[in-house]
Write a protein that binds this ligand. Structure first.
Ligand SMILES: O=C(O)CCC(=O)C(=O)O
Ligand SMILES: [Fe+2]
Length: 304
C-alpha cells in the first residue's frame, strides 16, 4: 500500500498500547514520517494561551524584540529576526521570525556551561509571556516523552528503551511566526525552506492555519494541518540514525500563503552525551550532531 495520507491517531489509544493504533503508528513512523495526534494530556486552552503570548510578542516593534535578539549571543535563545536562519543552503534564508527557549540545568551540573543548555532570554513584554511559555514547555516535554514511548513500543522495543537518554533533554521550544508570503517572494524564498529536523521527535502545535507541507517518497508535497489542541508529530535525524533508518526523518517546508501563521514546535532532543549511533556503528554524540546542525543553519552561528 502506498502512503497517500497522514494518519490521525488517538493519544489515549497510544497510551493504552492499543495494537491497531500502534500498527498505524509504526506505518506512519517508518513510512511517511508524519502523523497527527488528538486527545493528548495537553489541554487546548494551554495551547491557545501560549499561541496568544507568541502572537503578542511577534506583534511588538522590531526595536523592542531586538532587546532579546539571539544574534547578540553565542547561543540560540531568544528572538530570531527574519532571515536569521537558513535551513536549506540552496534556498534563501527563511522569512519567518522565531523565538527559542531551551532546557536549563542547575549551575552545578557538569553540562550546564554548554551552549545547548544556554540561559533563556525573556522579554519584559507581553505580560505573562514567560509564564505561558514555561507552562507549555513543561507539558510538551511530558507529552513528547509519552509519544516516544509509544513509538518505541510500536517498533517492537521496550516502551522505556529511550527514557534514560532524555534525563537532561536538549529540548528546544520554538515559536514560529510566518507573515503573509511577501509579494516579492521568489522560488528560493520560503517561510521555512525544505529541511529535516535534527533531533528525535518534534511535537508541533499550530494555530490551525494551513502551510506545512511534507515531502512524499514520490517527491510530491502533502499538506498537513492540525487544529488548536491537536498536534503534528514527526521524527528527526537522530532517531533515524539511532534506529538504523527504520524511523524516517522526512523533509518538510512552509512556502507560506496570504494568511499569517503561528506554529510551535518542541524539538525533543536527547541528553548531550547520548550516543545515537546504532549498535556496532561509530559513535554519534547527540550534542555534537545538534551543535553542528545549529552552526550550519543559524546565520549568526555560521562559521566564517
Ligand atoms: O511551521 C510549521 O508547520 C513547521 C515548522 C518546522 O518545520 C520547524 O520549525 O522545524
Ligand atoms: Fe521542521
Amino acid at each position: 500500500m502506498t502512503q497517500t495520507d497522514i494518519p490521525r491517531l488517538d493519544a489515549r489509544a497510544l497510551a493504552a498500547r492499543d495494537p491497531d493504533t500502534l500498527a498505524r503508528l509504526k506505518e506512519a513512523a517508518t513510512g511517511v514520517g508524519f502523523f497527527t495526534v488528538h486527545d493528548t494530556a495537553i489541554p487546548a486552552p494551554l495551547v491557545a494561551r501560549v499561541l496568544e503570548a507568541y502572537r503578542a510578542f511577534f506583534a511588538l516593534p522590531a526595536s523592542q524584540k531586538a532587546a532579546v535578539d539571539m544574534a547578540r549571543t553565542g547561543s540560540n535563545r531568544g528572538w530570531g529576526a527574519p532571515g536569521s536562519e537558513q535551513v536549506d543552503p540552496a534556498a534563501n534564508p527563511d522569512y519567518k521570525q522565531v523565538f527559542d527557549v531551551g532546557y536549563t540545568l542547575p549551575p552545578e551540573d557538569p553540562l550546564a556551561k554548554l551552549s545547548v543548555y544556554g540561559p533563556n532570554q525573556w522579554p519584559s513584554e507581553p505580560e505573562g509571556f514567560h509564564e505561558a511559555v514555561a507552562a507549555y514547555y513543561a507539558r510538551a516535554l511530558g507529552t513528547a516523552m509519552d509519544i516516544l514511548r509509544a513509538v518505541s513500543a510500536a517498533i517492537g522495543r521496550s516502551p522505556d528503551a529511550f527514557d534514560d537518554a532524555f534525563d537532561k533533554p536538549m529540548a528546544l521550544l520554538r515559536g514560529n511566526y510566518y507573515p503573509p508570503r511577501p509579494a516579492d517572494a521568489g522560488p528560493r524564498d520560503f517561510g521555512i525552506a525544505t529541511h529535516t529536523d535534527y533531533g528525535c521527535l518534534t511535537l508541533l502545535a499550530t494555530d490551525g492555519t494551513p502551510g506545512l507541507e511534507v515531502r512524499t517518497r514520490g517527491g510530491g508535497w502533502l499538506p498537513v494541518t492540525a487544529p488548536v489542541g491537536e498536534f503534528v508529530i514527526n521524527f528527526g535525524e537522530m532517531l533515524q540514525i539511532w534506529t538504523g533508518g527504520e524511523i524516517k526523518a522526512t523533509p518538510h517546508r512552509v512556502k507560506g500563503t496570504d494568511a499569517e501563521r503561528l506554529s510551535i514546535p518542541l524539538f525533543f532532543n536527547p541528553t548531550y552525551d547520548t550516543n545515537v549511533a546504532p549498535p556496532g556503528a561509530a559513535p554519534v554524540l547527540a550534542g555534537d550532531h545538534l551543535a553542528k546542525r545549529f552552526a550550519e543553519t543559524y546565520v549568526h552561528l555560521k562559521a566564517g
